[in-house]
Write a protein that binds this ligand. Structure first.
Ligand code: FES
Length: 652
């Protein structure tokens, strides 16, 4: 038979095919990434391509208008009902008649690259575990009796190359009515792991127009953050964070472990609390995005070890004492049902990222997946700032990790006027070194407090408190304005020359905002606040230094600040405070919520799950809790910025 040359762009893949071959078939044979949910039946329209006509000297072909067959009845009907965009063809219907160049637009590629964030040039390649497949199932035959599900599996094998598949009862119960209603055609949500049988998560009669979604969830000690993501293209449809309700059992990890130790059944109480918060989050995110929670078919979790065990319903008592043995550190493939999560699809799958060690959790693994320090030429330090700081140091040769108990001060907790980052919270602070007068900005208002119009702009929320980034800037600015000595002691009005330094008991505090003008609270930085910040930053710095010791270096090339609020920390202030080691300021960058990003990457890509599983095996963890040098570094780091380490980059 006559053959024609088919060239696909942008991949550049090419091959010769007998005249009459459908474009989708040619694409499949060449391994071109061209989507199809209906398997070439002209129903799903995911296989759209744009044929190119004219001269293509680069490819050495001339493509004439009749290089593809004309519209057939399927395309005509599709165009009549749904409208086919100008120049587009359905790849499963258009047949090759002559040499042709065919462009596959991004929305027709399954494994297209999705830009993660505007500020970040790295991309995720979509490779989700769950896909929708349209299947035609044989009708039952009395002479060859077989179950409807068995025939569905046979159809999946023939039409989608699925070796073996299983289904939970929830799907089996829906299958028979769906098959009959859909006239022996159904759409299934099919989850495929790397090995083992595939699993049918849901079934709809006929061709299902809807989409399927996943939740990427970062369970932190203080906050649970989740992103509702479209599993087809990786788009985040809604994001939200809620307080971790376990806070009422203890502010930090160790106090929650002791709660479990002291109170019989305490671990189960905390497990119930966190699971119901996750259920609530799933429900409200689905509402916000205007989707049915049933369409959430996958969840990916990252958490620190204590949160991990409590989420899974494992008593965390072993994590409270050396040798800090985990029940398991491996990644887990589970069902949402096993975790008692009931808002999402009945058959929804759960993937839990692997942990690095007893104190270094899946959150650190997720940060590693998002930041890939193991791919960096430079020695890069990544700190994920939270109630517990996750710290990674590494380059192509070696990656080290530790976790450091900073406490919740960086999140605005344990601070006298502290609050969560929300409208009304002071987030930026400057103090004039001459007059010692402060100016500040609050979340939700774009003006500084001394600019005209500020009072009106802030009238809605008022100035309600100070959040993590605000307190970091306030303390660093106080140091730079000479209101604090290196030991962190606030001077008196006489010593500092400003009446804003007021006596408070036996110490002093600095008045940042006198609320009388707008009936708000007085906001001061107290000596206690400074101490809380010193403890937090010393823990962070000591963790980083311990890793540097282990690596045998006394400086790093780059610093990445990550964490739910890491994006808002000013690098200069972080360094003035001595939160991070000395490095040129333009080598410090913010990565936003890297653990959350890592969770999203794992949600969108099975390959990324395998990558992080391999990656954690290469990360060497350093235990801060039992390392005497940690204490030494901690004490020396109490001074602002530091008792002995030089900070040459601060001089500029
Ligand atoms: Fe579904 Fe072409 S593959 S319409």
């Amino acid at each position: 038979p006559e053959e024609a040359l088919v060239i696909f762009t942008p991949s550049g893949k090419r091959g010769r095919f007998p005249v009459g071959t459908p474009v989708l078939t040619a694409a499949r044979q060449l391994g071109v990434d061209l989507d199809s949910v209906c398997g070439g039946r002209g129903i799903c329209s995911k296989c759209q391509v744009t044929p190119q006509f004219g001269e293509f000297p680069k490819h050495g072909v001339t493509v004439t208008e009749d290089a593809l067959s004309g519209w057939n009845a399927v395309e005509q009907r599709y165009d009549r009902i749904r409208g086919l965009r100008e120049g587009r063809r359905l790849g499963c219907q258009a047949k090759v008649e002559g040499d042709v160049v065919i462009d596959v637009p991004p929305e027709s590629q399954v494994h297209r690259q999705v830009v993660r964030k505007a500020a970040d040039d790295r991309e995720i390649v979509m490779d989700p575990a769950t896909h929708l497949h349209f299947v035609e199932v044989a009708e039952p035959d009395m002479h060859e009796p077989s179950g409807d599900f068995d025939r569905l599996v046979r159809a999946l094998r023939e039409q989608w190359e699925v070796e073996e598949a299983t289904a939970p009862l929830s799907v089996l119960a829906k299958l028979q009515p769906a098959l009959r209603k859909g006239n022996w055609q159904v759409t299934v949500a099919l989850w495929r792991g790397t090995e083992g049988p595939a699993r049918v998560l849901d079934v709809w009669p006929g061709f299902h127009e809807g989409r399927i979604y996943g939740l990427a969830i970062d369970v932190g000690s203080t906050t649970i953050a989740a992103h509702l993501t479209d599993l087809r293209n990786g788009t985040v449809k809604a994001s939200a964070g809620v307080m971790n309700p376990q806070i009422r059992f203890g502010e930090d990890l160790m106090s929650r472990v002791s709660y479990a130790m002291m109170n019989p059944g305490g671990d189960r109480e905390m497990t119930r609390a966190v699971r119901s918060a996750i259920d609530g989050l799933a429900k409200s995110l689905a509402e916000e995005a205007g989707i049915a929670a049933r369409d959430i078919v996958e969840m990916v979790f990252v958490c620190n070890p204590v949160m991990h065990h409590l989420l899974l319903g494992i008593d965390p008592v072993e994590l409270g004492q050396a040798p800090f043995a985990l029940a398991t550190g491996s990644s887990l493939d589970l069902e949402a049902k096993e975790l008692g999560l009931t808002e999402v699809n009945e058959a929804a799958r759960v993937y839990v990222l692997p942990l690095i060690a007893g104190h270094v959790g899946a959150d650190a693994a997720a940060v590693a997946l998002a930041e890939r320090p193991d791919q960096s030429e430079d020695l890069s330090l990544v700190v994920d700032v939270g109630t517990n700081a996750e710290i990674l140091l590494g380059n192509r040769t070696r990656v080290l990790a530790c976790s450091s108990p900073t406490g919740p001060a960086f999140e605005g907790a344990q601070i006298s006027s502290g609050q969560r980052a929300a409208p009304g919270a002071i987030e930026r602070v400057q103090i004039d070194p001459n007059t010692k007068e402060p100016r500040f900005r609050v979340i939700g208002v774009s003006l500084w407090s001394d600019q005209p119009g500020f009072a009106e702009a802030v009238a809605g929320t008022g100035v309600t408190g100070i959040c993590g980034s605000g307190i970091i800037e306030a303390v660093a600015e106080m140091r730079m304005a000479g209101l604090l000595d290196t030991g962190g002691l606030i001077g008196s009005a006489e010593q500092t020359g400003t009446a804003r330094c007021e006596p408070t008991g036996r110490t002093h505090s600095y008045l940042l905002h006198d609320g009388t003008a707008n009936d708000g609270p007085r906001i001061s930085v107290t000596q206690g606040d400074i101490r809380a910040i010193q403890l937090a930053k010393s823990a962070l710095y000591a963790g980083a230094r311990l890793l540097m010791d282990e690596m045998g270096v006394d400086k790093v090339d780059r610093v990445t600040l990550a964490g739910a609020f890491g994006a808002h920390i000013s690098p200069k202030h972080a360094m003035v405070l001595g939160m991070i080691p000395d490095v040129p300021l333009d080598h410090v960058r913010s990565a936003g919520n890297a653990a959350g990003t890592g969770a999203r990457i794992a949600l969108c890509s099975v390959a990324a799950r395998r990558e992080v599983e391999a990656l954690v095996k290469h990360i060497h963890k350093v235990e801060t809790a039992i390392e005497p040098r940690f204490q030494e570094h901690f004490v020396a780091a109490n001074a602002i910025p530091h008792a002995s380490d030089p900070f040459p980059n601060l001089r500029e």
